[in-house]
Design a protein around this ligand. Structure first.
Ligand SMILES: *Cc1c(COP(=O)(O)O)cnc(C)c1O
Length: 367
């Protein structure tokens, strides 16, 4: 079945017809053709996409991406631990909120939603607050499209002997990185972002020695990261509780398609071309991106809303949807914006058609 419109939303996103078709079969979660031939292949493939270094392993977790973030925060930090979070958007704020829910001591570095964190502020926090054991940061802050400087932040955290947690939900698979080289201990992402699968589970790629320390620490049964991993390890791909079989099978297909495209490098190229085409096209129509070009990821872009007093996001959205494109409302607290995602089965020619559709939709009087 063909889609009636292209989702320019960063998860769920537009998937290929072949990924969607891969869901048309039911699977038994006790059999090797699911556990060994699908789940275990996915786990190994994810590790090899994340790093060339030894000592990493992966665990898949039911739920949306936030469940995997919550599983990691709730399992990795011991009763005597403390978290330092960089918050420059809704997803950084969500990590701090999870810590709060779980009664985990947490301090927050808040540069605001349109700025990157100051390294000296992080350095200062790490050298003065010796209770801090873990540092968490979001790679691409999907709130704005900001790409955070994970390399110097992780390196600083490592110099101080801290465990590093990276929310790479919206970037993994779309931006090349080696988490071993970066010194990341836990990296979290999900099925419905740059790997271009459908929603239903998240995953964590972790340094095995750090994951093993999580044993017995989880603050939730179903979100026990260690136990989930241990069950998959010992039972060759068996999930503890019902696994989202169709989503997992679709994800397997999505990984094959990532490989066919030429891997993460090639996908990154395509996303970058999408993003540059989008920004150039919208600038030519008079729109202004929220962030400076140098802060930008190729994943999603925020634009200031038109200042015309008759502009309404909903009407603009509807006119674009009629023409086959679904865009995203803004999520920045102090600026009126809309967002357009570049990820998914979306190609530069689609972005060019989108720019034409936006030009058609730019009349603001309510008719
Ligand atoms: C999508 C996303 C999440 C997870 O969101 P869910 O709605 O729970 O899937 C977390 N962090 C970032 C940066 C994201 O883009």
């Amino acid at each position: 079945m063909k889609n009636e419109y292209l989702l320019l939303t960063p998860g769920p996103l537009s998937t290929s017809e072949t990924v969607r078709s891969a869901m048309l079969k039911d699977w038994c979660t006790w059999d090797d053709d699911y556990n060994k031939d699908i789940v275990e292949v996915i786990r190994a493939k994810l590790v090899s996409l994340a790093t060339e270094q030894e000592g990493y392993t992966s665990v898949l977790m039911q739920g949306s991406g936030t469940a995997s973030v919550e599983a990691t925060i709730g399992s990795a930090i011991s009763q005597s631990g403390k978290l330092l979070v960089v918050d420059n958007g809704a997803y950084g704020a969500r990590i701090a909120q999870i810590a709060d829910y779980l009664n985990i001591p947490c301090s927050v570095i808040s540069p605001g939603e349109t700025a990157q964190p100051s390294l000296s502020e992080i350095e200062n926090a790490l050298s003065t607050d010796l209770a801090i054991t873990h540092v968490a940061i979001v790679h691409c802050e999907t709130t704005t499209g900001m790409l955070n400087p994970i390399e110097p932040v992780a390196s600083l955290a490592k110099q101080h002997g801290k465990v590093v947690i990276l929310d790479a939900m919206s970037s993994f698979g779309g931006i090349p990185m080696d988490i071993g080289e970066l010194g990341i201990d836990f990296m979290i992402s999900s099925a419905n972002k740059c790997i271009q699968g459908v929603p239903g589970f998240g995953f964590v790629i972790a340094k095995q020695t750090e994951l093993e320390k999580c044993k017995g620490q989880a603050r939730s049964l179903s979100l026990d990261l260690y136990d989930q991993w241990h069950c998959m390890e010992v039972n060759h791909g068996k999930w503890r509780f019902t696994s989202p079989t169709h989503t997992v099978r679709a994800f397997y297909q999505a990984l094959l398609e990532l490989q066919d495209e030429g891997g993460i490098q090639a996908r990154h190229q395509r996303y970058q071309t999408n993003q540059k085409t989008l920004v150039a096209g919208l600038r030519s129509l008079g729109f202004t991106p929220l962030l400076e070009d140098s802060l930008h990821s190729p994943i999603i872009t925020s634009f200031y809303s038109p200042t015309n007093s008759d502009y309404q996001f909903k009407a603009f959205y509807d006119r674009l949807k009629e023409q086959g494109f679904v865009i995203y409302p803004g999520k920045v607290s102090n600026a009126d914006c809309f967002r357009i995602g570049n990820i998914g089965d979306v190609h530069p020619s689609d972005i060019e058609r989108l720019i034409g559709a936006i030009a058609n939709a730019m009349y603001w009087e309510v008719k």
